[in-house]
Design a protein around this ligand. Sequence first.
Ligand code: PMV
Length: 320
Amino acid sequence: MRASAVAQPNIALIKYWGKQNIAGNIPAVGSLSITLESLETRMTVEFDNEIGADELLVNGEPAPHLLPRVSQCLDHLLGPGRSRAAIESTYNFPIAAGLASSASSFAALVVAASKAAGFQADTLSLARTAGRASGSAARSLYGGFVELRLHEQEIEVETILDAVDWPLRVIVAITAEGEKPISSGDAMNLSAETSPFFPAWVKHQDQDLRTARAAVDDRNFTALAEVSEHNCLKMHSVMWASRPPVVYWNKATLACMETVRQLQKEGVPVFFTIDAGPQVKAVCLPDAAERVLGSLQATSGVLDTMQSSLGTGARLVNNP
Ligand code: PMV
């Protein structure tokens, strides 16, 4: 009745922004991501009807404001008649700051909860359940380069290339700590309703996905860099043109983009991507990692940096 799982966040290179079905949380567009290795969420779930209601501890502290989404995910996984659950999660990185903590959280949750409940489910069904809670979480069930496709109102997710076959590095520059002004879910619904650029975003996504998939197949870093930065800036343009505007960037976010641009001019194989938060993720070839790290550390306004290789999908671990 008790099980633990670990999952890592993933970073989308071709982004998910907007839903075609809000109730089922089905994305409006496909996406392509890389799963990280060293940023980690550990979830322990214990089903126990002796407790009066579901309980959630986040890094050792009760987190009642996060509980409803977690309980709802367990209801979707096991049905509303399920036993009550005590859930504990721990993170080795800041949460709710645009580092995809919801992706690793719900991926680890469905893996731990299905085991604790003795419920047999394949990875795709678990990914679909995690994806109802957080669209990007579906991708953290898988490792390496992951593609999420839409097929008849459902998602299909698979690893298109293993991490070992193209071992890129990711350097995360933290430019602000604390919770973001608006959740990604609320912000993308606002974009879909109010941004005049949203239909164009949806229309061009398949072309970006095709380009990125080909770049991954060919291990063509230059092509992947070009389409990833384009897709990221396009998503942020959709956000900026929403009413009211959704702006997650700060001065240091722009300074980091400038640092990456300068490195590119000097021939360093690196590109940036930014999600629903102010942090900048620089993706590079392994030999460039130390240089990229040093440059981002020296960038004005950067509070901290983290480095990660690419990792595997969510998995069970021994109980603590
Ligand atoms: O899965 P959510 O609801 O947290 O949305 C994720 C949105 C982005 O991180 C901005 C893009 C993506 O594909 O991960």
